[in-house]
Design a protein around this ligand. Structure first.
Ligand code: MG
Length: 262
């Protein structure tokens, strides 16, 4: 069952989304050659806790860290480690915060230092896929419209769509109904209503769409070892249209600086 959110609940989800969006942007600024993904994990956990929230991922089905840190051919669910990010890597991080009982979930792929034009293009296309999917998060559209928006754009640019992992409804729990695949048929699937909140997360690969899990039981990589890109926003369906709860606008940034007394 898809659980629509009340106005009050949406207000709490806005706060959770805003916090984790800000943490994502702070971390983005820290991604330079030489930093370890464990250092980024620690920084994320501190910022989330300082914001009065809990790192949603930590302990989720036993996941031991606050962020998922996936490098190059790693698609999702990578463990932060002592691996030092290096020039030319692409670094995907996925992170969540639970604030006042509600979850915000977001992901992004960040180029480390100087990255090849091919990989930069792939990141751009994934971001465009997400924006196109967001446009479909409107009352009266169908879940298949979201999936199709991602699939059509990615495949047109020659990338494959990961099928084994999907987006999801979100609220008091990180993973709620419905599942939101990054592929679909326009006009098919459940009808979208106001009050629904979705985590939409395109995962696109340079080569095959096929995946495998590593021996740690978590890290998911591409079967052919070619790179993968991931991005995600938490989006509320409102009467005014899609509201991206994890987007950090100039306005949000300004408020944050004021609150910090800068
Ligand atoms: Mg998610």
């Amino acid at each position: 069952m898809i659980i629509g959110k009340s106005r009050k609940e949406l207000e709490k989800m806005r706060a959770a989304g805003r916090l984790i969006g800000l943490v994502r942007e702070e971390l983005r600024g820290m991604v330079v050659p030489g930093i370890t993904t464990l250092e980024l994990d620690r920084a994320a956990e501190k910022m989330i806790r300082d914001g009065g929230a809990l790192p949603t991922f930590k302990g989720y089905h036993g996941f031991p860290y606050s962020i998922c840190a996936s490098v190059n051919e790693q698609i999702v669910h990578g463990f932060p480690s002592n691996y030092k990010l290096k020039d030319g890597d692409i670094f995907s991080m996925d992170l969540g915060a639970t604030l006042a009982g509600f979850v915000g979930d977001t992901a992004t792929t960040i180029p480390v230092g100087q990255v090849s034009e091919d990989l930069l293009q792939m990141i751009r296309v994934a971001d465009e896929c997400l924006e196109r999917a967001i446009e479909q998060c409107r009352a009266g559209r169908h879940l298949g419209d979201i999936g199709w928006a991602v699939q059509e754009h990615a495949e047109r640019h020659g990338y494959s769509i990961v099928r084994d992992y999907v987006g999801h409804g979100i609220g008091r729990k990180m993973h709620e109904d419905p599942q939101i695949p990054n592929y679909g048929t326009p006009g098919k699937g459940a009808k979208i209503k106001n009050g629904y909140v979705f985590a939409v997360e395109p995962m696109i690969n340079l080569g095959t769409h096929q995946t495998k899990a590593l021996a740690d039981g978590w890290t998911v990589v591409t079967l052919d070892g070619k790179p993968s890109v991931h991005c995600e926003h938490t989006i509320a369906v409102t009467e005014e249209g899609p509201e991206v709860l994890t987007r950090v606008t100039q306005e949000v940034r300004q408020e944050q600086l004021q609150a910090a007394g800068v």
